[in-house]
Design a protein. Structure first.
Length: 161
């Protein structure tokens, strides 16, 4: 997360939106996802107005960085102690670092999250997630980053950061 950018987009830079446009872009993309893929999912349809009301007042991100949208332990190679490689890098994006922490809450146990937090905070503070957690979790459910989990269960997942 030491890499910093002043846009949201893909890693190659061929798609970029300004940080000020981030919320409206996410809202529009989410609306398209709901209409295209969740027209028969009443819970996702009904939750959209809440998502919109939670996302709209968030401040524009101050910066962005490289984030792995569909983070999962199977994407990392290890020698048992150290990460030695990364698989499936096409899901990298330039976005707020809060996204990585939203993903990590779904793949870590409480103990793992605590250990990660201790290590991470030796480099930089964990971002404040309280205001963005619910709308970003909803977005990640739309993206099916951990599969097709029932929305209520997804949104009530434990908070680790």
């Amino acid at each position: 997360h030491t890499f910093k950018a002043d846009y949201i987009g893909n890693v190659s830079g061929s798609f970029q939106i300004t940080l000020d446009e981030f919320q409206s872009h996410i809202l529009n993309v989410s609306k398209e996802l709901v209409n295209m893929f969740y027209s028969d999912n009443e819970s996702i349809q009904n939750a959209f107005p809440t998502f919109e009301s939670q996302l709209s007042p968030l401040p524009a991100p101050k910066e962005s960085t490289l984030v792995l949208i569909d983070m999962d332990p199977t994407q990392f190679l290890s020698d048992g102690t150290t990460i030695t490689g990364l698989v499936d890098t096409e899901a990298y994006a330039v976005a707020p670092r809060e996204f990585d922490f939203i993903s990590l809450e779904y793949v870590f146990t409480e103990k793992e999250a605590h250990a990660f937090k201790q290590g991470y905070e030796t480099i930089m503070p964990i971002p404040h997630l309280a205001e963005c957690r619910r709308p970003y979790r909803y977005l990640y459910r739309l993206l099916s980053v951990q599969g097709s989990v029932e929305l209520k269960k997804w949104l009530s997942h434990p908070v680790y950061f």
